[in-house]
Every structure is written in C-alpha cells, then in structure tokens.
Write a protein that binds this ligand. Structure first.
Ligand code: GDP
Ligand code: MG
Length: 436
C-alpha cells in the first residue's frame, strides 16, 4: 500500500511495447494509488496527464513509463527556493520553528542542531514553548543529547522575552545559529498566530520553518497554507516521513502550498533528518534507494582513521570489547534502521522485520552493554582473560546469569573469528566465497 508498491504494480500493467490499452490500465492504477497515498486530487491529475503524454511521446513501454514518472515527480517536488540550511550573512542565522502541537517541532529542532553541529557550527537552541512545562524539559534533554547549548528561563512566561534574550546571548557569544522552538496548538488559532507574529517581529528572524506531520495527510497541506498566509513561512520540514507513511503529502505540499521542502524527518532519533533533495526522494519513492544519501550520511559519521584501525585489529584477531562499543556508538549516530534501509535499493521491500529493529534498545544489545560495563578495562581490551572467577564477578555486577555471559562471550569470539577470516580472504569477496 506504499507508493513504491503501487508504482511497481502500475508498471507491471504494461505488457507489450506500444500497447495503448495497457498504458491506460497502468495510468488508472497509478491515479488510484496516488489518491490513496494522500496526494491532492489536482496534483494527481496534473501528474497523471503529464506522465501519460510523456510516455506516449517516447514510445509506450515499462522503461519510458518509469522515466516519465520519475521526471514528473521530480519536477513536482522542485519548487523555487532553497534546499537544506541557508546561512545568513549576519550571524546568528536565526530560525523560528513553527507548527502544530505534536508535529515534531522540538524533535526537529534537536535534529537540526545535531545536523549543524556535525558540520562544525556553534548552535544555540531557545526554549520558547512556554505552553507546557514539559516542553522546556524536553528541549533540555535533547540539547544535552546532541551536545548543543540551550537558552531557557524557568521564571519567564513570555516567549517574546525568551526569544530576545536568546538572540542577545547568541550575538554576544558568537553563535552561528539560533533555533527557536515555539509552542504549538492542536489546531490553528488566532492567539497562536499572534504570538508567533510577535516573536517574529521582535528579533531578527532569517527563516521561518514550518514542521508538517506527514501522518496528517491532507491536513498537513491545509495547515501549511494557513501558516503561509498568516505568518509567512520560508520552508517546510516534513516530519515522520518514515518508511511507512503514505508519502504523497510531500507532493501535495510542494505543489499546493508552493513552499520549498527543506528537510525530511525519517525517524524519532536525532540523526534521522535529511536534506530534501527532490530526485533522491523520488528515487526512494520508486524503490530505487538513495545510495548517494547513504554515502553522505556515513561519511558525516564514520571516522576514517578509526575505521582503518579497527580493520587492522580485525585482521590480527584483536577486535575487543572497546572496539565493539565504538562501532555500536557509530551505528547509533547513523539513526534508525528504518531510515537506512530506505536508502538501499530493493531492501525496503525485502527487509520487513529488520525495519523495526531498534539497534540500541534491543535486548541483546542491552545485555552486551551490561556485560561490558561490568568488565575491567583490561578485560575489555583482552577478552581472552576471561575465566570462571572473573565471570562470577561480572555476573554479580551486570545482573546477567553465567549462562548468558558465556553465550555472549562465545558469540563475540565466533564473530571476531569470522571477521578475521573474512578480512584475510578479502572482504566482500570472501563473504561471497563462503556463501557460495
Ligand atoms: P512538537 O509538539 O511539535 O514539539 O512535537 P515533538 O517534537 O514533541 O514530537 C512529537 C512526537 O513525534 C514525538 O514522539 C517524536 O518522537 C515524534 N517524531 C518527531 N519527528 C519524527 C519523525 O521524523 N519520525 C517519527 N517516527 N517520529 C517523529
Ligand atoms: Mg514541542
């Protein structure tokens, strides 16, 4: 029921070259699926007409249909305006984060801060959602998690004053970016709009981002339009655009609202944010993955030098528990499994259960972490030191049974043996040999 699935079945309706009747069937199927995926009916109509025309022009066939669809989807998602993050000439670049309650403003503020921090920017977030007490606390935790500074004032009730003071601090202390998290409401209301306008007019705001919850489908398009009319927005960040959203909302927002999509949120974790690049999103919608995006993501996270060191260790059979922890923390910086899987061609269709795997919070990983936490530094470096009395001590400290400990140690030993074998046989080639 995803767009990706329906595109596939639409394409399969085309059986023969130059078969006009089958093209009609494919087009009908595509129309139905777009409407079901929350694409606005006007957008759908325009898209379908263009795809049909384009396919006919190039000779009816599966390839020309797919190419036409890809071109038209990309065109639709390409609006005038910026992509990603744009820095102001007069720092701090100040962004107002707006949207309805629960849309993902606070989470996205953290994700953006994380994104900018990875790019070596000095970021300040401001807690100007004073509607709920928990909101400030939530942003504090997120700021701590991504290691950026936060401005808040538990005694202040006026978001305008928070915004002003935060910007003064950001100027004085030479921050590159200030992200102001604001309050939302369950629905559009005048009080909210007034408050946002007041904040907007009392500090230097470079851009207003509207965070749209893609799960709300057509409503996301409607509210974005209202925000655009009432306070003016410069960019949309589509949140919760994870593997299983219907996906069509991106097309509708681009086409109906006419505001550029700047980023997409593709999971609950801090690294789950990506620059919205139309042809990459289309590639993913069509099930072709996004290898470029994956490469970018990994290069921002993976430390080349460390990777080489670890490879060397694996070759010598010296991979230890500290290396293991390093690798785990690197994996978690990549974000959720779901978001990674969507980037690998074909995998999102195959890897159903993998998608919901939460690497850090799986029971296995928790047990291994508990085990490692109870080890001495020496034991972590040299897993071979492990003996019965050490295991007894670790069992007490970690709350694991000796059986569980033995199992993990055995798995670890086997894994590093396997890794050593593979690396000496030449990486992937070795793996292929072993599997054939
Ligand atoms: P706010 O009220 O607009 O500040 O919304 P929050 O940032 O508190 O987010 C509301 C909920 O949506 C939280 O449970 C978030 O974890 C979740 N959320 C935000 N962005 C995403 C996303 O991209 N994907 C998923 N799956 N969940 C998200
Ligand atoms: Mg919030």
């Amino acid at each position: 029921d995803s767009i990706t699935g329906s595109i596939r079945s639409a394409v399969n309706k085309i059986r023969h070259k130059d078969d006009a009747a089958s093209l009609k069937k494919a087009v009908t199927e595509l129309r139905k699926s777009l409407l079901k995926s929350d694409v606005h009916h006007k957008t759908t109509k325009e898209l379908i007409t263009a795809v049909e025309l384009e396919t006919k022009k190039n000779g009816i066939g599966q390839d020309s249909f797919l190419n036409a669809l890809k071109d038209e989807l990309t065109k639709l998602l390409t609006t005038d305006g910026n992509q990603g993050f744009v820095f102001s000439n007069t720092p701090p670049t100040t962004i107002l984060m707006t949207g309805l309650q629960g849309s993902g403003k606070t989470t996205t503020t953290g994700k953006l801060a994380n994104y900018l921090k990875q790019r070596k920017k000095k970021v300040l977030v401001a807690a100007a959602d004073l509607q709920r007490l928990a909101a400030v606390e939530q942003l504090k935790q997120i700021a701590e998690q991504v290691e950026v500074d936060i401005y808040f004032d538990d005694n202040e009730k006026d978001p305008v004053k928070i915004a002003i003071a935060a910007q003064e601090k950001a100027k004085a202390e030479h921050y590159d970016v200030l992200l102001v998290d604001t309050a939302g409401r369950l629905a559009i209301d005048e009080e909210l709009m007034l408050q946002l306008k007041e904040v907007r007019d009392s500090i230097k705001v470079d851009e207003i981002f509207y965070v749209a919850d893609s799960l709300t489908g057509h409503d996301a398009t409607k509210t974005a339009t209202t925000f655009k009319e009432k306070i003016g927005i410069d960019g949309v960040i589509l949140s919760k655009y994870d593997g299983d959203t219907k996906g069509g909302v991106a097309l509708s927002i681009a086409h109906q609202v006419g505001i550029p999509l700047r980023f997409v949120g593709i999971g609950e974790k801090m690294p789950d944010l990506e620059v919205f690049i139309p042809d990459r999103i289309v590639s993913r919608l069509m099930g072709a993955g996004d290898i470029e995006g994956l490469a970018e993501k990994t290069s921002a996270v993976i430390d080349e030098k460390k990777a080489k060191e670890v490879t060397k260790k694996i070759k010598k059979g010296e991979f230890n528990f500290n290396d293991f922890l390093d690798q785990l923390s690197m994996m978690s910086k990549l974000g959720s499994m779901k978001s990674i899987i969507g980037m690998i061609p074909g995998l999102s269709q195959m890897a159903g259960p993998l998608k919901d795997m939460d690497f850090e919070n799986s029971d296995e990983i928790k047990r291994i972490k508990a085990l490692i936490a109870s080890m001495t530094p020496k034991e972590r470096e040299q897993p071979s030191l492990m003996n019965a009395s050490r295991k007894k001590r670790i069992a007490k400290g970690s709350g694991l049974t000796e059986m569980q400990i033995n199992k993990i140690l055995k798995q670890f030993k086997n894994a590093s043996k396997m890794a050593k074998k593979l690396s000496s046989k030449g990486g992937m080639k070795g793996l292929q040999n072993m599997m054939s």
